[in-house]
Structures are given as structure tokens and as C-alpha cells.
Design a protein around this ligand. Structure first.
Ligand SMILES: *[C@@H]1O[C@H](CO)[C@@H](O)[C@H](O)[C@H]1NC(C)=O
Ligand SMILES: *[C@@H]1O[C@H](CO)[C@@H](O)[C@H](O)[C@H]1NC(C)=O
Length: 841
């Protein structure tokens, strides 16, 4: 009864009262039923083993002894015997731990029943034991934590059912309520369903994963026991990302420099955008903004990394800065863009380009130093120092370059030019920029120097000497003079002409002519060494410049002697018929000088070196001729046997090649007295007589012919005269006009001149000299004009008179001829007579 005491001594006095009242009720039931009294106890669960449940003996009204004798025992259909009957004291005590929750679960009230069996007599007493609940169980959750995945975009008011807790206790000891902490995002709402209580979380404030990606809450379930018990479960809320954030670039404008001509693939920059979302919502891809699509050709962007590389060579000269937008995009489709400004830095990649604005070639050689010959323009597309161009001339040439305006250069001569020494220049202009390394380009100008007539023709020698043999053909070329003119073309076209002067009173042009083109000097006439031995004159060479320049050279032509003259015998004089003889006395000694043959030769030198030989002689042994002096001397003593009449034929020969000779016949009379000689020489000349008779005959014949012609002409003229006189008388009487007829181009009856005149000139015209040509032409034209003039202008009266005059002159000349013939004949006969006389004497 201690526990009863305990119960009662506690706060619940009234409960003990109620319990004692219940015991009393058990009693009453017992008595009413008689033999089968029923006992009912109420005990709290979880009492200690051995704890008193109730005094059965007393309650049944049985003696302890009866219990013992009756071998009272508990019978139950169940295996577990919660109570034990202590027969010695008649007490019922707890035998096994009684757990109400195990015994009854949620069923209330909870009780179990068994019987107490007594033997002798057998009595059966049912006992019901009600087990009262004790708050021995806390509310429990099945899991110790709950996990939720909630999108951050979940709408407010969204409900999330939480696991309900279980409390094995019943009644007030059972589950009473839930508490959720913390409660800033969610509120708890409790529901009762099927006897249980469950709770829901209701979202009352928006979630932001980016702020807090995970929430940790506690759900506490409390019961109503005293002391109160509770159970807790942790709620973990993972906030699922919603794509509520766009990517964000780390810079709004990226500025970067890129060297032009960077090779393909060169890294330019890496743009970076971050997305505070997670997962695929935070996966950013990069692209060029569609607004500048052409950028795609120039750059490449890596979609994943945002690395921008060069896709095509960039030319600074085309674009100095490049601006474009890049776009970052997450998987959810949110985009953001940033600006990229690329500054292209210049590289010295452009060669200066030379453009010729003007260039003058050829340039005259007399251009003064400083003459502009060309203007060039140099372009370099690079900028700064890379585009700063300087020009220079390569090599040593007399030119310089001057910069006028920026990038314009003038090419000037720097010295006097001389075409004769350098006719053309290759001027190489080098344009180089100031880059590092510098680039340069070249251009070569071919400048020709044009000629100015600044050089006179020059003869290689100051004197030309040539020789020509006499008796040359007219027109033969003697020598060639040649002058060189270093100038060009017309200025170097040398023509030759004779300087006018006289040689022995005759103009030089009558001796020689010079070919104006070739400078060949030819003889105009045949020279005679015996008349002129040398020709000295001056030839002028003149170029074709304007004004022309000229120079002189002396020419000396030596005329060489030819053996063109035979020796001439001066003594003894050779006459036709008469024979002159040298007298040699018979007493003459050996070596007696008979005579001397004197001969000359007008040639000179060897050609005039004479030698004498005996060609024929009556007696070869008697005379000899001095080889060189022509002296005829006796070789031996003259004897009586030698004839009076000796005849020597002496050959005079010069030393020319071939030699020329003359023969002289020397008659020698070997006698002591003149009559002896005479008698000998009369018949000596007998054979000459025959010859003389013949001559006389021819002379008589000629005289007869001349006389005949004279008489005939005389008769002819008289008859013509008489005829004309009669004719004129008839015409005078008829009063008709006289129209005399003359044939056209009537010329002199004598025909002495014109044609023949021209012909003469033609023959002589051997020279090519302009001067002589001109002269010839003049001569010809003049003579032609005179023919025409005479024809046209002379009145017919004058003509008639001229006709009469010519007839008269014919007559006179005939008379003169006749008289002359007669005189010749007379003289001839006289001479012959004299010759005979001489011989006779
Ligand atoms: C100039 O150049 C041309 C062409 O290359 C060449 O024929 C000529 O001989 C050169 N002249 C000089 C003076 O170098
Ligand atoms: C050539 O000779 C002529 C006459 O003898 C003279 O007048 C002239 O000056 C000379 N010219 C030259 C270039 O010597």
C-alpha cells in the first residue's frame, strides 16, 4: 500500500478518494455475484517488479490459509504473466514490467484480465487490472531529419507537408502540438486527420538561393504530459536555383591593345562573366553581339572560356580601333553584354611607295646645276615614325634630292652634266621610313642627257700627207680625212669642205675635191709632176649643230713623178732630110772626142737619169759612147780602110720603170778634106730623095683640093646671092608680109659650144665637192639659158645679118686657107732648095 500512500500523499488527494470509491464498487460486485466475485484494480504502468497491485485476500474476503490450502494461483491464457500472487500474504504484485503502450497501443482504457483459481473447493475469481497511462513516451519522428528541395522561385503560400510525429502515450500524454523554428520563411499550420495531428509549412517569405542556399529548421512535437516531453526533427531545405540572375561581366568595358598583323590565334583578352545562379543557370557562354556581325571574321571567341583570339590579320592602316560588344548568356537565356575596345598598335609593315609625279628625260647637258628633273611623292601607310619617310640617292651621281612639302621630293642636278662623258644616268632613289627595322623601297630613273653642240669636230692629226702619182685618172681618191665629233646625231654629223685658197693662182677646187660626207679627197684633174709638185690646202670639218662648230686640218698631197717623158736629144739636132755630120780627121788619136750627145729628160730623179749606148754602128769597133756623159770617142786609130761615112745610132735611155728612150743618129765623116765628104754624102742622101718626091706630090694634091673647094664655094655663094636678090624683089612687089621660118632650138652653125661645153664639164666632174657640183650646175644652166634666150629674143633681121656674116666668114676662111696652102708650098720648096744647097756647101 506504499504506492497507494504515495499516490495519496501526492497532489491528487481527490484521486485517491476516487480510487477508494472504486475499490468499494469492486467489493459490492463481489458480494452481489456470490461465488464469483470480480476484482478490479487500476495500476499505473511501468511499476517496479514486486510492487503491490492489491490485497487479493482481503479483497476477496478470503483467509490467507485458504489461499494456501486452496493453492491459489493465477491462470491466464497468455504467455506473459504480469502479476504474481503472493499467497503467503494474499497480495498481488507486479511480476513483469507492464507497458501500457505495448499492451494496448492506442486503445483506452487499457486493461488485462486473469483468474485466480482456488482448489478445494474450486473457486475462480476473475481479476481485471486496468493499466493507467503514464507519460513515459516522448513524441517521436520517424526520421531524424527531413529534406526538402524547394525552388527559390516557389510562390508564397506554397505548402509543404511535414512528417507527423508519433507519441505512444495517449490522452494528454499524447502528441499535442508542433513548433517550427526558426519561422522567418515558413509558418506552421497544424491539421488533424484520422486521430493524428500533422503539420504543414507554408512559405510566407520568398526564398533566394543566392542569399541562402540551404535552410535548416527544427520541428518540435510536444505532448501534454507532465513533465512535458518533446521530439525534434531537423528540416533541411535545399533551395533549388531558379535562373533569376543574369551573368555579370567583371568589367563593363574592356580595353586592350593588339599589335597589327598578329598571327591567327593570338590571344587578345579573356572576358569573364559570372552568374550567381548555380548549376546550368550559372553556366555562361560567350558570343559576339549580333549587332556587329563582321567582327566574327576578325576575332574568334571561345564560347566556354570567353577567350578572344585573332581570327584574321588586323591591318592598322584600315582600323585603328575596333569596338564591339560581347555577350554572356546563361543556360536560362539571360544575357548581359560588355564593350570591348581594341586599340590596334602600328607595326612598320608598309613599305614606302614611290610615285613619280613628273620626270623629265632627257635633260640637256647644258642645264645648270640645280635644275629640277623630277618630282616624286612617297607614301607610307604606317603612322608615326613608321610612316616618316626620308629619301636619298644611291651611289655617286651628280644629283641630289630635296624635300619640299612633306612627302614630296624634288630631284635636282647637282653639277654640270657632260653628255660626252656620261650619256645616261641611272638614278636610284631610296625611300626609307624611320621604323624599326626600317623599310625601304627603291626606284631607278633612267635619265638621258641630251646633246648640245659643245664639241667641234677633231682631226686626229694636224697634217695629212699623201702622195699620188702624176698622170692619175681624174676622180681618183687620194686620201681620206676623218674628223670625230663626240657630240651626238646632227651635232656629230661632220661634213668636210675645202677652205678656199689658191694654188699657183688657180683655186684649189680645180685640183682637188672633198666628199662632204666621207671626207675622201679626190683629184679633180690629172696632175703633171712637171708642173706642180705638191698641193697644200686646208680641209674644214664642220658639224651639223646650230650654230655649227668647225676645225681645220692641213692636207699636203705630194705628186710623184712618173716616167712619162722620154729623153729629148738636144744635140745633135735631128732634122728631117738634112744630114749633119761630125768630122773626124784620119789622124785622130785613140780617144778622140768626136762629139757629145746632149739629151735631157724633164722627169726627175731616176726617171731623168740618162744613160747612153751605141745601138747600131757602121763599125762598132771604131766609136764608143760614154755611158753617162754621152761623149762619143774613137776607140782605135782611124785607118785608111775606114769609110768616110760612119753612122752611129745612139740610144738614150732614162732609168725609169719602164724606161723610156730616144734614139739619135750621129753621122760621122772620117775625112781630111770637105770635098771628099761632099762626094760621099751626095749619094748618101739618095734614098731621102725618094721620100721628098712623095711629099711634094701630096702638097700639090692638097693645094689642088683647096683651090677646088675655094672656087666651088665662091660659085655657090654668088649663085645664092643672086637667087636671094631676085626673090626679095618679087616679095617687095607683092607687098606681102615676110614670115621667115626658123627651126626651133636653132643653134650656131658652127656649133662650137653649148653641148660640147656641157660635155666638157661632165668629163671633168670627178669631185663630189658641193662647190664643184654647184659650179657645174651653173655652167650647164647658163649655157642652156643662153640657147633658149637666143632662140626667143633675137629678131629675125639680126638673124639674117648673122647668117650673112657666117657666110662671109666661111668665105674669108677659105680664102685664108688657100693663101696659107700656097704660102706653105712656097716655103717648103724654098727650104728644100736650101737643104740641097747646105749639103752641097
Ligand atoms: C641603266 O639601267 C639600264 C637597265 O637596267 C641598263 O641597261 C643601263 O646599262 C644602265 N645604265 C647605266 C649608265 O648604268
Ligand atoms: C680655219 O681656217 C680659216 C682660214 O684659214 C680661218 O679663218 C679659221 O679661223 C680657221 N678655223 C679654225 C677653227 O682654225
Amino acid at each position: 500500500m506504499e504506492s497507494k500512500e504515495d499516490h495519496c500523499s501526492g497532489g491528487g488527494r481527490w484521486r485517491c478518494v476516487w480510487r477508494q470509491a472504486a475499490c468499494l464498487f469492486v467489493f459490492l460486485c463481489f458480494f452481489l455475484n456470490g461465488t464469483e466475485a470480480q476484482i478490479r484494480y487500476s495500476i499505473p504502468e511501468e511499476m517496479k517488479k514486486g510492487s503491490l497491485v492489491g490485497n487479493v485476500a482481503q479483497d476477496l474476503g478470503l483467509d490467507v490459509k485458504r489461499l494456501r490450502s486452496g493453492r491459489a494461483r493465477i491462470v491466464t491464457g497468455e504467455n506473459v504473466q504480469y502479476t504474481e500472487l503472493r499467497t503467503d500474504k494474499g497480495l498481488l504484485v507486479v511480476h513483469e514490467r507492464i507497458d501500457r503502450e505495448q499492451l494496448c497501443g492506442d486503445v483506452t482504457p487499457c486493461s488485462f484480465t486473469f483468474e485466480i483459481l482456488l482448489e478445494n473447493p474450486m473457486e475462480l475469481h476473475p481479476v481485471t487490472i486496468e493499466v493507467l497511462d503514464v507519460n513515459d513516451n516522448a513524441p517521436t519522428f520517424k526520421y531524424n531529419h527531413l529534406q526538402f528541395e524547394i525552388s527559390e522561385s516557389a510562390a508564397l503560400g506554397s505548402r509543404f507537408v511535414l512528417e507527423s510525429a508519433h507519441d505512444a502515450d495517449v490522452g494528454a500524454n499524447g502528441l499535442q502540438s508542433y513548433i517550427l523554428t526558426p519561422s522567418d520563411h515558413f509558418v506552421l499550420k497544424e491539421h488533424v486527420s484520422g486521430g493524428g495531428k500533422y503539420a504543414e509549412m507554408v512559405l510566407q517569405k520568398g526564398l533566394d538561393r543566392e542569399e541562402q542556399s540551404r535552410l535548416s529548421l527544427k520541428l518540435v512535437a510536444v505532448d501534454g504530459g507532465n513533465p512535458q516531453r518533446s521530439g525534434t526533427v531537423n528540416i533541411i531545405i535545399n533551395i533549388i536555383d531558379a535562373n533569376d540572375n543574369a551573368p555579370v561581366f567583371d568589367q563593363t568595358t574592356y580595353k586592350v591593345k593588339v599589335v597589327e598583323n598578329a598571327i591567327k590565334g593570338t590571344h587578345v583578352l579573356t572576358v569573364n562573366a559570372t552568374d550567381s545562379d548555380s548549376g546550368s543557370n550559372a553556366k555562361v557562354t560567350y558570343s559576339f553581339s549580333k549587332t556587329n556581325a563582321e567582327i566574327k571574321d576578325t576575332f574568334h571567341i571561345n564560347e566556354e572560356t570567353g577567350c578572344i583570339t585573332v581570327a584574321k590579320q588586323i591591318d592598322y592602316e584600315k582600323e585603328k580601333t575596333i569596338e564591339f560588344m560581347v555577350e554572356a548568356k546563361d543556360q536560362g537565356g539571360l544575357t548581359e553584354s560588355a564593350k570591348v575596345e581594341i586599340e590596334v598598335t602600328d607595326l612598320n609593315d608598309n613599305v614606302p611607295v614611290i610615285n613619280v609625279m613628273s620626270f623629265t628625260s632627257p635633260v640637256s647637258e647644258d642645264s645648270p646645276a640645280g635644275t629640277t628633273i623630277g618630282i616624286i611623292n612617297v607614301k607610307d601607310l604606317d603612322s608615326g615614325e613608321n610612316g616618316h619617310v626620308r629619301c636619298a640617292i644611291e651611289g655617286r651621281v651628280p644629283f641630289r634630292i630635296k624635300s619640299n612639302v612633306r612627302n614630296y621630293f624634288a630631284l635636282l642636278t647637282d653639277a654640270d652634266l657632260d653628255r660626252e662623258s656620261v650619256p645616261e644616268y641611272n638614278i636610284t632613289v631610296v625611300a626609307s621610313d624611320s621604323g624599326s627595322p626600317p623599310l625601304s623601297s627603291k626606284m631607278t630613273f633612267n635619265l638621258k642627257v641630251s646633246d648640245v653642240n659643245d664639241n667641234a669636230p677633231v682631226f686626229p692629226v694636224s697634217l695629212y700627207t699623201a702622195s699620188v702619182a702624176e698622170n692619175n685618172h681624174p676622180g681618183v681618191s687620194v686620201l681620206k680625212v676623218s674628223a670625230k665629233d663626240p657630240d651626238e646625231n646632227q651635232n656629230a654629223r661632220v661634213s668636210y669642205m675645202l677652205e678656199e685658197r689658191e694654188i699657183g693662182g688657180t683655186p684649189v677646187a680645180e685640183f682637188v675635191s672633198v666628199n662632204a660626207e666621207s671626207g675622201v679627197i679626190s683629184a679633180v684633174r690629172s696632175y703633171d709632176y712637171e708642173q706642180i709638185k705638191e698641193l697644200v690646202f686646208i680641209v674644214r670639218a664642220q658639224d651639223g649643230g646650230s650654230p655649227p662648230l668647225s676645225s681645220n686640218v692641213s692636207v699636203r698631197i705630194l705628186i710623184q713623178d712618173q716616167n712619162d717623158n722620154a729623153p729629148q736629144v738636144l744635140y745633135p739636132v735631128q732634122t728631117g732630110g738634112s744630114v749633119l755630120a761630125e768630122m773626124v780627121p784620119r789622124s785622130a788619136d785613140v780617144g778622140y772626142l768626136v762629139t757629145k750627145v746632149v739629151a735631157v729628160d724633164v722627169d726627175s730623179g731616176q726617171n731623168a737619169w740618162l744613160s747612153y749606148k751605141v745601138q747600131k754602128a757602121t763599125d762598132r769597133a771604131l766609136f764608143e759612147v760614154g755611158l753617162h756623159n754621152g761623149e762619143i770617142r774613137t776607140v782605135r786609130q782611124v785607118t785608111d780602110k775606114d769609110g768616110v761615112k760612119q753612122r752611129l745610132s745612139v740610144l738614150v735611155e732614162d732609168n725609169g720603170q719602164p724606161s723610156r728612150s730616144a734614139t739619135v743618129i750621129v753621122n760621122v765623116a772620117v775625112a781630111d778634106s770637105f770635098p771628099e765628104v761632099l762626094s760621099e754624102f751626095t749619094d748618101f742622101s739618095m734614098h731621102d730623095k725618094e721620100y721628098n718626091d712623095k711629099l711634094t706630090f701630096y702638097l700639090v694634091l692638097a693645094l689642088a683640093v683647096v683651090s677646088f673647094l675655094f672656087i666651088t664655094c665662091l660659085l655657090l655663094i654668088i649663085s645664092v646671092k643672086v637667087y636671094r636678090w631676085r626673090q626679095s624683089r618679087v616679095l617687095y612687089h607683092s607687098n606681102l608680109p615676110v614670115i621667115p621660118y626658123y627651126p626651133p632650138r636653132y643653134s650656131d652653125t658652127l656649133g662650137t659650144g653649148t653641148l660640147q661645153h656641157v660635155y666638157n664639164y661632165e668629163v671633168c666632174r670627178t669631185s663630189d665637192s658641193r662647190k664643184s657640183d654647184m659650179k657645174n650646175m651653173q655652167a650647164m644652166s647658163q649655157s642652156l639659158v643662153s640657147v633658149d634666150g637666143a632662140d626667143a629674143d633675137t629678131p629675125h633681121v639680126t638673124k639674117q645679118m648673122a647668117g650673112n656674116f657666117s657666110q662671109m666668114s666661111t668665105l674669108v676662111s677659105l680664102i685664108f686657107c688657100h693663101s696659107f696652102s700656097v704660102v706653105v708650098f712656097k716655103v717648103y720648096t724654098a727650104v728644100r732648095r736650101l737643104q740641097y744647097c747646105h749639103l752641097a756647101c
